[in-house]
Write a protein that binds this ligand. Sequence first.
Ligand SMILES: Cc1cc2nc3c(=O)[nH]c(=O)nc-3n(C[C@H](O)[C@H](O)[C@H](O)COP(=O)(O)O)c2cc1C
Length: 335
Amino acid sequence: MTVDLHTRYLGLDLRSPIVASAAPHNGEPATARLLERAGVGAIVLPSLFEEEILAEEIAFDRALAQGTEQFAEALDYFPAVETFMGAADRYVAMLERVKTEITVPIIASLNANTAGGWISTARRIEAAGADALELNLYHVAADPRRTAAETDAADLELIAAVRAAVTIPLAVKLSPFYSALAHFAAGAVAAGADGLVLFNRFYQPDLDLESLEVVPRLELSHAWELRLPVRWIGILRPQLGSGVSLAATSGAQAGTDVVKALMVGADVVMMTSALLRHGPEHAASVESELRAWMADHEYESVGQLRGSASQATVEDPSAFERANYMQTIRSWVAP
Ligand SMILES: Cc1cc2nc3c(=O)[nH]c(=O)nc-3n(C[C@H](O)[C@H](O)[C@H](O)COP(=O)(O)O)c2cc1C
């Protein structure tokens, strides 16, 4: 039985629902080529951070200011400014290079916290040929004077500002920590997001007991972490309708993980940890597992598989909502 893996994500036709999510080497042509050869449907580039763009602007202003203190005819006046290459320039150069070598859609990524002048970088990313843009909203709501409503409003304003800056499809990568996630998700779509990427993984820093310093600890994900995006995609798919793209990220390691996320209504399933652990070629094994599972269970296409379990949640939303909590804690059996 042949299985059709085509899917649509952010208006793009993808050959497969397996997507390489933002990761450090995705912008390097050698890695991107391996990912393409392994059959991924799209590649998300590592994020360019708002802080990097702002730091670059400050450095550029300094380079200009240095010039004003020199005689205009000094030989090194223009080169100091002209050779300045900041983070955004390097990002755009990476994107242009990867676009010339790779045919699968390339999704650029911006990580941001506040709306501001840096948003013009989104236009440069669009001009450099990105097929879509992923806006990663990553912050910790640690200010006790700021309400949830204010935090949400600032995020929605940021989405709207980026939406206004570009015409390419826009996905927004969310954290699971909104007080009213379903309401915020609908707001993000109303602000102009074509799709949502669920969820950002928060890396909890650790405390070094010897140096008493807070140290970053990056650990790769495990399959159980997929349950959070699966639950929320199951809840959101019926609410948002089929016109909004949904991507699952966090925890997907194998073909059966991809099946679960598609079944609750994801259009694509993204992977980083599994590809870092086993190499870009792992995407091909995941695709084989997905094909084998679909053939065994007589699903001919991703279209047929997608959302087949989310229909059940329309009839009984409690499976993903509160009633499930009671059943879960009562299901514990002592070892
Ligand atoms: C080393 C590393 C670097 C990452 N860099 C980015 C990044 O630049 N931008 C981003 O949005 N997500 C980044 N992520 C998060 C991944 O894109 C992904 O959402 C997350 O790891 C969860 O998926 P996984 O369980 O398949 O790893 C990074 C993850 C890892 C492990």
